[in-house]
Design a protein around this ligand. Structure first.
Ligand SMILES: [Zn+2]
Length: 121
């Protein structure tokens, strides 16, 4: 799954298959899912649920902040946040086993671009 080492944004399983095909490796969707699942277990790949995509990352941080526009991702360690969510879920007997908590919005770069575009209009 060297394809993921060359991208800096989360990519979908379909994108992974397409990128692999460019390199001459034909992968079906099931192969991509099996491989990404194995790499997630090895902590070499993270799944970004918000965009249903994958990213090479050995980050162990719990909070994933993703830009809705450019899809850049930043990980942040937030053990207190996850602990609070776990307590809340436990109190309601909800099984809580997230590999990450995700928030989405606009990154600083995209926010500046949208502000500049708005001021030109
Ligand atoms: Zn952005």
């Amino acid at each position: 799954m060297r394809v993921l080492d060359r991208v800096d944004r989360p990519v979908s399983a379909y994108d992974i298959a397409q990128l692999a095909a460019v390199e001459g490796a034909r992968l079906c969707a099931n192969q991509v899912y099996r491989t990404t699942a194995r790499l997630i277990e090895k902590h070499q790949v993270r799944r970004v649920h918000t965009v249903n995509a994958y990213l090479a990352s050995s980050a162990t941080a719990e909070l994933c902040m993703i830009c809705e526009q450019c899809r850049c991702v930043e990980w942040k360690a937030m053990p207190l946040l996850v602990g609070a969510l776990r307590e809340l879920a436990d109190a309601r007997q909800i099984k809580f086993a997230p590999d990450s908590v995700e928030i989405s919005g606009l990154c600083g770069t995209c926010r500046e671009k949208s502000t500049a575009a708005a001021s030109c209009a």
